[in-house]
Design a protein around this ligand. Structure first.
Ligand code: HXC
Ligand code: NAP
Length: 295
């Protein structure tokens, strides 16, 4: 049974997997279309790849057109599916509207929305400027609302669909140096429940997915993951290792698939048990902040 907790092969950069073994049916998302914010990098990139490997076409949207264009080319080459890159700032509704209109012109529909765009850094509450706190809430929370509302109005309310919001476990116990991101993600978890209830009758399922520390990501790098890569840190995680982007993408694949047809309004934690046992060590975290403050 030890194999059940071992990680599948992973690539640490924003590139596609060189090998992929199917767990789900390869055509489980055949002819579906997914709109993925933050899909040009990190966890969002791998989510796009895994959905595409299962027959889905995608739109990947973020601020940097250059980044999403380069990623879309890699994703299409590796999976054979069409990927449309879109320049969007989730804080600016007009950019989302333009991207959704382009999506509907190109694909004729949207079945899945994944809200993965986010911004974060380590900072003590006392050191956060008012604008710093506001910026993270605007990207994470308001960005998730803006994108969900626009897709609802333009397509989902008349056709149904699935929304997955990528959150975090930061607020479950109150993580130091993370009041901005923890507050933002907790608000998204609340939004998940509100929208699941309000939009359930429209045949829309809304769930959150909360990753733990995931290697090969900007989040891991910014939050000091590299500095914490010591074996001692991994011993604090019940499954004795950090997670992979593919493991998060498989969680999204489950949530958007027919296997989750009666799942809505909930949060799926994929963290190897980390939040249950990870310490809130003030001095170690302060040291991490000193090394990552400029990131
Ligand atoms: C303190 C900071 C800061 C830092 C920026 N600010 N970085 N404050 N410590 N390290 C302050 C700025 O001084 C400014 O306030 C305000 O935040 C806005 O900064 P801008 O640079 O103007 O904002 P913007 O260009 O919109 O960039 C947003 C960003 C940036 C969040 C600051 O880092 C970004 O674009 N991030 C996207 C990528 C990312 O962060 N990925 C990681 C996601 S991981 P003032 O007052 O000076 O104007 C993740 C993990 C969650 O979310 C959970 C993990 C367990
Ligand atoms: P990442 O690669 O930096 O992903 C964040 C993405 O959001 C980037 O592609 C970025 O692209 C985009 N983005 C940022 N601001 C935006 C804006 N205003 N409008 C549109 N797009 C914007 O980091 P990641 O670590 O993979 O994180 C992905 C998701 O997982 C995030 O929701 C994060 O909170 C969550 N998460 C990560 C971890 C972890 O260990 N990495 C743990 C828990 C949760 P542009 O710069 O081009 O805009």
């Amino acid at each position: 049974m030890s194999g059940t907790a071992s990680a599948p092969g992973e690539v640490g950069t924003d590139d596609c997997l060189s090998n992929y073994s199917y767990i789900f049916s390869p055509d489980i998302l055949k002819n579906k279309v997914a709109f993925i914010t933050g899909g040009g990098s990190g966890i969002g990139f791998r989510i796009a790849e895994i959905l595409m490997r299962h027959g889905c076409q995608t739109v990947i949207a973020s601020r940097s057109l250059e980044r999403v264009q380069a990623s879309a080319a890699k994703l299409s080459a590796a999976t054979g599916q069409h990927c449309l890159p879109a320049s969007v700032d989730v804080r600016q509704p007009e950019t989302i509207i333009a991207a959704v209109e382009e999506t509907l012109q190109e694909f004729g529909k949207v079945d899945v929305l994944v809200n993965s765009a986010a911004g974060n850094f380590l900072c003590p509450a006392s050191g956060l400027s008012f604008n710093a706190f506001k910026t993270v809430l605007e990207i994470d929370t308001i960005g998730t609302f803006n994108t969900s509302k626009i897709l609802y109005q333009k397509w989902l309310k008349d056709h149904g669909g699935v929304i997955v919001n990528i959150t975090a476990t930061l607020s479950y116990r109150g993580q130091i140096l993370q009041v901005h991101a923890g507050s933002a993600k907790a608000a998204i978890d609340a939004m998940t429940k509100h929208l699941a209830v309000e939009w359930g009758p429209d045949n829309i399922r809304v769930n959150s997915l909360a990753p733990g520390p995931i290697s090969g990501t900007e989040g891991f790098r910014k939050l000091g993951g590299l500095a914490r890569s010591a074996a001692d840190y991994y011993k604090l995680i019940p499954l004795q290792r950090v997670g992979t982007k593919t493991e998060i993408a498989h969680g999204v694949l489950y949530l958007v698939s027919p296997a989750a047809s009666y799942v809505t309004g909930t949060s799926l934690v994929i963290d190897g048990g980390h939040w249950l046992s990870g310490p809130n060590n003030m001095s170690a975290m302060q040291a991490l902040w000193q090394t990552s403050a400029k990131l």
